[in-house]
Structure formats: C-alpha cells, structure tokens
Design a binder for this molecule. Sequence first.
Ligand code: NAD
Length: 347
Amino acid sequence: MTFPSAALAAFAQEILERSGVPSGKANLVAVSLTASNLRGVDSHGLQLLPYYLDQIRAGNIRVDSNGRVLSESGACLLFDGERAFGQHVAATCSDHAVRLCREHGLGMAVARESNHYGAAAYWTQRIADAGCIGITACNASSLVAPWQGKDRRLGTNPISVALPGPRRWLLDMATTTVAMNKIVNASLSGRETIPAGWAMDAEGDPTTSTAVAMKGLLMPLGGYKGSGLAMMVEILCAVLSGGAMSTEVGGVYNRSQPMRTSQMFLAIDPTRFLPMEDLGARMTRLVEMIKSSAPAQGYDEVLVAGDPEWRIEEQRRRGGIPLSDGAWKALREAAEALNVPLPAQAG
Ligand SMILES: NC(=O)c1ccc[n+]([C@@H]2O[C@H](COP(=O)([O-])OP(=O)(O)OC[C@H]3O[C@@H](n4cnc5c(N)ncnc54)[C@H](O)[C@@H]3O)[C@@H](O)[C@H]2O)c1
C-alpha cells in the first residue's frame, strides 16, 4: 500500500486527535513520523504510531503534559519532560537550545522524564533550519549487552548531527549496528532473516534469524567502541539530567512502565568560528574530497551520511510512501477503532 505523504500525515494526525492528543502536538507527532518514512527510515515512521497509542492508554505518555524548565544557567538548560510526548519535549528543547545559542554561541538543553522522540535527525534538522549546527542524542530501552556481557544494559542510544545550509551531510545513527525498529520492521514485513552483524541471540551468539533476534540482543556498533559511544550518550543525556539510566529506562514497546528517556539537544553557531559562506564552501570541498575516492569492488560510488535517505526522499515525494503489510494492518485497525477514514492511495 502506497500513500502520498501529506495524506498519511493528515491520517496520523486524525488518529492522534481522536485519541485525545491536542491538535498542535498531534500535528508535530504525525508530521515528524511521516518525515521519517519519507526519508526511507520506516523503522521510525508511522509504524510507531500504534505503539504510541498503547503508551497513551497506559498513561505513560501524558498528552496534556508540556514539561517544564527546571533551571537555566548561561548556555545550559535542564528540562523535565513530565512524561509529555517525546516529540513535544524534543521540539521545545531544540528551540531552547537555538535561543541559547543565539545569545552565547552554543546552547545545550538536557531533558529527563521524556518519551520516545522518533528519528533523531528530525530534531537536528530543526536546529539546522534555524542556522545552527544541531546535535542530539538520547538513551533508550536496554536491548544491548555491554561488550563482553550478555545481559541487556545499554540502549540503542542514537546520535544525530546536522549542518545548516543545503543538503551536504546529515548523520543519524544508532550506536548499535542497526536500530531495534529495523528488526521489528523485518518481522512486520515477514522477512525471516536479517543481515549478519545486526543481532545476537539471548546467549550472545550472532544470529541472522529475525525471530531469534526479536528475543535476543542488538550488536553494539564496532564492538567495545559501540559500548563506549552508548555510555557517552547515557552520560550526556541521563547522568547530566538526573534522569533514568540503563535498565531504569522503559521502552516504546513496553506498556508496564513509563519510558523515562533522557535527551540532549546542542546548538552551535558556526558563524562564531567562520562566515556561513565559508562553512558551506568548506563542507562542499570536504564532501568532494571524500567522494573523490575510487569506489571499492562491488560499489559504483562513495556516499556520505544523508545521501541514501535524501535519494529515497526524492523518490517518495514523487511516488508516495509504501507501507509494509504489517505496519498498514496495525494502522488500519487503529483507525477503524477510532472511526478515522482511511487515506486514499497514491495515484
Ligand atoms: N528514538 C530512539 O530511541 C532511537 C533509538 C535508536 C535509533 N533511532 C533512530 O533509528 C534510525 C535508524 O538508525 P540506524 O543506525 O539503523 O541507521 P542507518 O544504519 O540506516 O544509517 C546510519 C547513518 O549512516 C548513513 N549511511 C547509510 N549508508 C551509508 C553509506 N553507504 N555511506 C555513507 N553513509 C551511509 C546514513 O545516512 C545515516 O546517517 C535513526 O533515525 C535513529 O535516530 C532512534
């Protein structure tokens, strides 16, 4: 099933509004999830919506909560999300980071007691759209064993960095080989196997079985270095904010406890270092230098972060967003339960 992005966003917004979400927040959640599908990151797109509805029903997402600033000191701001929608906390804290950055050259907001905020890149792009370099990270439910361990202690703790100006480079990555939702996506799409290196079984042995991976462990990115990066994210987000750490964090698929995720948003004003035109020219040159490498055997070209998603976005803006059978079934059932009309498919 393939749908135009605007129709899908409106459909998701209607589902959220009929679930009691105020319209501004419903719009933010619907548009940001759809933006992830548009970029081809389906794992963090509308397939999450039915789980968010479960979290609302369980009281883990408080639809009327806005969170509040706990303290502000110079360029640094501490925020209590008070279990508001993660997307609402992310938008609020990104905007605070930009405000502080305009004044100080850097601005950093750290939030505790938040909820899942979807794809990290949506928030760094929001900061970049305001003319700053945007950096975000968050902790997530512990699905990953620390290197040399077999018990879940770390999250997939993503990191994203975006730059202002035309599309040149945009990094958005879990600190595991892939995000958990990619395995959920494989399962929803009925794919029995996943690529080697994505996951381990519950004993810490590598697996390519989707079903085994669903009950197993995610592979830290690059072994102990991935564990180190995930710890860095825990420190910048949860240790600094006084929020939940490691196994104290709930999860978007776990209704029995609040998610309590912590998130960090950093804005940097590049013009405190060099003129904006020079940033653009130097970035263009850097990307050209990287891409001037001859492709390795089996590849036609060298890409940089952001390229794969921008290419998919171009196609999907024209042809619409395809949803897997599993993702569409869950969305259709949610819509039918709330009497929300189904969107028209892409022509
Ligand atoms: N909210 C949460 O709790 C949470 C947790 C984990 C992950 N996530 C999200 O999951 C999404 C997927 O993460 P992922 O790590 O699976 O992404 P990924 O592995 O698909 O991509 C990671 C990065 O690598 C780049 N890339 C991909 N192919 C490339 C190539 N051939 N050459 C150069 N660069 C290339 C991409 O542009 C991207 O910036 C992200 O949006 C992330 O924010 C969210």
